[in-house]
Ligand binder design. Structure first.
Ligand SMILES: NC(=O)c1ccc[n+]([C@@H]2O[C@H](COP(=O)([O-])OP(=O)(O)OC[C@H]3O[C@@H](n4cnc5c(N)ncnc54)[C@H](O)[C@@H]3O)[C@@H](O)[C@H]2O)c1
Length: 383
């Protein structure tokens, strides 16, 4: 099988991610069956696709005729799983993050889809290997991890589970390219894959800065805004949701190292029901729209390079594990975040001794083993 055999796609789940993944494939010209569990959810997903396409047509990014073709021909909404997958060459699952639900769904897909069809999961935190084990075709199962919103974000991580074949990886990779996205191969099914994993240590450091009263959210965000970030890191936490941040930290603490456990300030906020933007209050007040950050509050009480150093250190850990290359980790970060450079590019000019000293200093100051420099950092093999 090769990429030209992929003509019909089924997307299972029409929520935040599923409707976006379907839209991207429709724009690329694929026939897409979109399935959700009831008509109301399907109607909502379809409406979101058309609203977004209308905007793209008005910006001349999608021709009006193509939108008409999507409406009349390419998009097939359905509530029946069998009907959705029986003609599919590729099935992409984007249902809630519950392992048992995903396994049951994959089992049903396995019984109803053509024997050659490839199955992908968009999971962020479940093991693709565990999901694949629910089918009789684990060689044809992989992760295709899109970022939110799928229509805008360029990166898709293409994840190899324990039994994924080279052919399946290659087809997944080329499918992402055909969708106008940037694929990065993730060669091992590790928690957080690449982007979420390599950004986790700076999250820990930001928690330390808050919890130990070194600097406040506005002081830190003002520094990062002055450096050109459209949103500072604490505002991003609020924007995404402190509950999501809390759960993500807990997940990494369970799966990777206890040092990733949620920060005390975040825990306090979550227990108080202050989740950020969605509740109107979090680290900032969102009641009047986006919080105003006073750039004059920029502080020198923390060094932004520390955030880069701990994340770059994490990149070297997953590279040593054979998850991806240094270059691919940077490509992934740039295309998932909009940062102009990846963490490795940012540390290239720094001497290994200086970086080692910085990371040892952070590990000691905050009592975090995860900040300790790796061998690759110490011997300068990131240059
Ligand atoms: N939201 C994000 O930022 C994000 C980013 C990357 C990956 N993900 C992953 O994508 C997946 C979906 O997340 P989401 O944010 O789109 O969730 P969501 O809750 O917005 O959408 C899930 C949809 O799946 C539907 N559903 C439930 N059971 C189903 C079934 N058996 N068959 C078909 N549809 C079913 C629900 O009705 C709902 O419409 C999760 O695995 C999540 O971890 C989410």
């Amino acid at each position: 099988m090769n990429i030209d055999d992929i003509k019909t796609v089924a997307v299972i789940g029409a929520g935040d991610m599923g409707h976006g993944i379907a839209e991207v494939a429709l724009i690329a010209g694929y026939k897409v069956f979109l399935r959700d569990i009831n008509q109301e959810f399907i109607d909502r997903g379809v409406a979101r696709i058309h609203e977004s396409l209308e905007k793209l047509v008005s910006k001349e990014k999608v021709p009006a005729e193509h939108h008409n073709k999507i409406r009349s021909e390419l998009l097939v909404p359905c509530t029946d799983l069998k009907g959705a997958v029986e003609e599919a060459d590729l099935v992409i699952e984007a249902i809630p993050e519950v392992l048992d639900l995903k396994k049951t769904t994959f089992k049903e897909m396995d019984a109803a889809a053509p024997v050659n069809a490839i199955f992908a999961s968009n999971t962020s935190t479940r093991s693709i290997t565990d999901i694949a084990a629910a089918t009789k075709r684990p060689d044809k199962v992989l992760g295709l991890h899109y970022f939110n919103p799928a229509v805008l974000m360029k990166l898709v991580e293409v994840i190899r589970a324990d039994k994924t074949s080279d052919e399946t990886m290659q087809i997944g990779f080329e499918f992402v390219q055909k969708n106008g996205k940037v694929p990065v191969r993730v060669q091992k099914d590790v928690p957080g894959f690449v982007v979420n994993r390599v950004q986790a240590p700076s999250g820990v450091l930001l928690n330390c800065i808050l919890d130990e009263g070194i600097a406040g959210p506005e002081e830190v965000d003002a520094v990062m805004r002055k450096l050109g970030m459209p949103m500072g890191p604490y505002e991003i936490m609020d924007y995404t949701g402190l509950d999501i941040n809390y759960n993500g930290s807990q997940y990494f603490a369970d799966k990777i190292h206890p040092d990733f456990a949620p920060g005390k300030t975040i825990e306090f906020k979550v227990n108080a029901g202050e989740f950020g933007k969605k509740t109107g209050k979090g680290l900032f007040d969102w009641s009047k729209g986006r919080p105003e950050i006073d750039l004059a509050k920029a502080t020198d009480k923390f060094d932004p390079m520390d955030l880069v150093a701990v994340n770059a250190n994490e990149v070297t850990k997953i590279v040593a594990m054979g998850v991806c290359s240094l270059e691919d980790a940077d490509t992934a970060v740039v295309n998932a975040t909009g940062n102009v450079m990846g963490y490795i590019a940012m540390i290239k000019g720094i001497e290994p001794e200086d970086l080692t000293k910085r990371l040892d200093g952070l590990a000691e100051k905050f009592n975090k083993e995860i900040f300790k420099p790796t061998e690759m950092i110490k011997n300068g093999h990131y240059r």
